[in-house]
Ligand binder design. Structure first.
Ligand code: CA
Length: 229
């Protein structure tokens, strides 16, 4: 069975590193697409299907974190971060950006393509249309639409992003800070009770679909999680 090669977007401003990555990907049968800054990367993502993004944290026009946040608002393309400093790793882990993996520089091309394969295997096993864990939910990231038990939910942007974050990791407890970072453009401006208020309105909308269940679980003193199926 022959398949079209999957397009991997490489966002890296250092030419020598980018060339190494592009060569390694092509050798592995992928179709690399190279962009040197965040703005061009986002334009490429909007223009064509991308299977995975390899994203440098330090870009000339915006940080890789900002690119990732903007990407997640639009859809759920897997991301592997390239990091130059250990402090960046802390941020990737701490900010819950939803990165699928990260590779510290310097790295071997072989190591990177192995990570690419692993992430693609994970994300292909769980098609981008349906979130993992449960069939009660359907997340159509391309249309920014989430359905619960077959009913499309009418969500505000922040509700959509909040629920999207919970859906991405069923069972995982998110702190209010983590949910704010996932769902608000300016998390510093939001308050803990803003998250609580949005969770409340989300629950009300879910109750209309299925009054007998409460799929969002409150963890007192910690935050919220989505109940695993
Ligand atoms: Ca760089």
């Amino acid at each position: 069975m022959s398949q079209l090669p999957q397009t991997i977007l490489v966002v890296e401003d250092e030419v020598s590193i980018a060339e190494t990555i592009v060569y390694a990907l092509r050798t592995e049968g992928y179709e690399p697409l190279w962009k040197t800054n965040g703005r061009d990367a986002l334009a490429a993502l909007a223009a064509q299907p991308i299977a995975l993004v390899i994203l440098d944290v330090g870009l000339p026009d915006m940080s890789g974190f900002d690119v990732c946040r903007e990407m997640q608002r639009r859809g759920a393309t897997p991301v592997i971060f390239l990091t130059a400093r250990s402090g960046e790793v802390d941020r990737i882990v701490g900010l819950e950006l939803g990165a699928d993996d990260y590779v510290p520089k310097p790295f071997s091309p072989r190591e990177l393509t192995a990570r690419v394969r692993a992430v693609l295997r994970r994300s292909n096993g769980n098609s981008h249309e349906v979130s993992s864990g449960t069939t009660a939910w359907e997340h159509d990231a391309a249309r920014c639409r989430i359905s619960f038990r077959g009913s499309a939910l009418e969500l505000t942007r922040n509700e959509y992003r909040l629920l999207g974050a919970l859906l991405a990791s069923p069972g995982r407890v998110f702190s209010r800070d983590q949910l704010m970072t996932a769902a608000w453009d300016d998390p510093g401006a939001a308050l803990d009770r803003t998250v609580d208020a949005h969770i409340k309105s989300l629950r009300a909308k879910l109750r209309i679909v299925a009054p007998e269940v409460d799929p969002i679980e409150t963890h007192r003193g910690f935050g919220y999680s989505l109940r695993e199926a």
